[in-house]
Design a protein around this ligand. Structure first.
Ligand SMILES: Cc1ncc(COP(=O)(O)O)c(C=O)c1O
Length: 465
């Protein structure tokens, strides 16, 4: 932040022992602040003339700023601007310059960001750090992950471990292969029917992504839409439908990222079950034996964008009569250990790190426990709060994407709440345009603390309106 400040703010200020003692009651905060300051290699000094700039910085979410009492009052009492107080008053306030007849506050705020984005989305800090490190120097070999050969022994070890971890964490039974590809989940919308659809396929239409998958399948054969909740803007998961016994497979989207509905059970299907699990993979234990195929883009619970995972039952492949282009044939990638062509090494490496993190954290059982805790907290607040209402049918509510809107009578407050929550560090909570309102995506790496911060914002906003 300070790298962007104007030179007029540069000055010297060294905390003295005496001043440190002034903070003995808030020693932790003070030491933290000092640590941060030295991280920025900044010593701060503030003059009155800087305060206007400082005020500007506060309004733009700065981490450090300087305010006079008058300015602080403006920020904390002006009704419209009340939410800024949470930026500025968080940790400590220091009285410095009585001599100059001005109170100068050095205000240190955490400005912690809570990333509720739908995808690309929050990943564990450890994963991002390890991946960044490997991009600088992979395992201390003196080469960046970005420049090393994917045919090297070092890289092969990552591929092997990633495959083994994938199978271990999801308890994938024998007879299934895991492949890592490019092209995103959207590429799977056509690869699935290319490889599996001989005559007829069944699709459950639960949202935009399900519909896109269904559209592609129509290019390859007959498609039966067994049920759809489109008429209700996909607010629920249809339950009463029959899957034709002569279909080559039945395709579902387990988590509907846009609408916040989720199929949290492994369904029974009379034909091979194919699931797009882009946005809920690894959030709960899955009985893989009930599926013919599971696929998804990585950019929610697995990795940075750029890699797509496919778990496929080997015996389903090679049954269609059409010729499949080499790159679109799953068997090509199984045979070549996902390295028929140059793999997206950095995204795969981040997936490898995430798998290690999931395993070390307690596996998918623990991920599910955390997801339930986060969801209970947030849905609890949505249901309690006078201003908000959830959009998805209660029994189909997603643990990953929690969608809510302002009640009709408070609709005009939508932008105000967005600004209010943003000022408290919430990121990515705007709902998808087809639902409106808000969507808090609570993927595996989201902490209860993050959800609590959003809940607190909702409570405080309610108090003010
Ligand atoms: C459930 C689901 N399926 C498919 C996709 C498309 O993924 P990609 O962008 O990797 O093609 C998304 C993207 O958000 C999604 O949420």
């Amino acid at each position: 932040m300070f790298s962007r400040r104007s030179d007029s703010l540069i000055a010297m200020r060294i905390f003295s022992q005496r001043e440190e003692n002034l903070f003995s009651t808030r020693r932790e905060n003070f030491l933290n602040a000092k640590r941060k300051l030295s991280q920025h290699e900044e010593k701060i000094f503030c003059e009155e003339k800087c305060r206007i700039i400082a005020l500007f910085l506060v309004l733009h979410g700065s981490s450090f700023c300087f305010l006079s009492p008058e300015e602080k009052n403006i920020l904390t009492t002006k009704k419209k601007k009340t939410h800024y107080k949470y930026n500025v008053c968080k940790l400590f306030v220091k009285f410095v310059g009585e001599k100059h007849k001005t109170y100068i506050f050095i205000i240190f705020t955490d400005m912690k960001k809570y990333n509720f984005s739908a995808g690309p989305s929050i990943l564990p800090q450890e994963v991002m750090k390890a991946t960044a490190e490997a991009c600088k120097d992979f395992n201390g070999i003196g080469l960046s992950l970005m420049e090393m050969s994917h045919r090297s022994k070092d890289w092969q070890a990552v591929m092997d471990e990633t495959d083994a971890l994938f199978k271990e964490v999801l308890q994938i039974p024998a007879g299934y292969s895991v492949v890592l590809l490019g092209g995103g989940a959207s590429m799977q919308f056509c690869m699935v029917p290319y490889n599996l659809l001989e005559k007829k396929a069944a699709y459950l239409n639960t949202g935009v992504w399900a519909k896109k998958a269904l559209k592609e399948a129509k290019l390859f054969g007959e498609v039966v839409e067994v049920a759809s909740s489109a008429d209700a803007n996909y607010t629920f998961i249809p339950k009463d439908y029959v899957v034709p016994a002569d279909a080559d497979y039945f395709h579902i989207t387990t988590n509907n990222t846009i609408y916040g509905t989720e199929i949290r059970k492994d369904l029974d299907s009379p034909v091979p079950l194919v699931a797009d699990m882009s946005s809920d993979i690894f959030s709960r234990p899955v009985d893989v034996s009930k599926y013919g195929m599971i696929y998804g883009g990585a950019q929610k619970n697995l990795a940075m964008a750029g890699v797509t995972f496919v778990i496929v039952k080997d015996e389903l492949l090679g049954k269609v009569s059409r010729t499949i282009p080499t790159m679109l044939d799953y068997r090509t990638h199984i045979d070549k250990g996902s390295m028929f062509n140059t793999p997206p090494v950095v995204p795969i490496y981040s997936a490898y790190q995430t798998l290690k993190w999931i395993k070390a954290s307690g596996g998918t059982e623990e991920m599910e426990r955390r997801a339930l805790r986060r969801a209970d907290l947030l849905y609890g607040e949505i249901d309690r709060n006078r201003l908000f209402v959830g959009t998805a049918n209660e029994e189909d509510r997603s643990l990953m994407n929690i969608c809510f809107v302002l009640k009709d009578e408070y609709k005009e407050l939508e932008k105000d709440f967005f600004d209010f929550a943003t000022a408290r560090g919430m990121v990515g909570i705007k709902g998808h345009r087809s639902v409106g309102g808000f969507r808090a995506s609570c993927y595996n790496a989201m902490t209860v603390e993050g959800v609590q911060a959003l809940v607190d914002a909702m409570r405080d906003f309610e108090k003010e309106h």
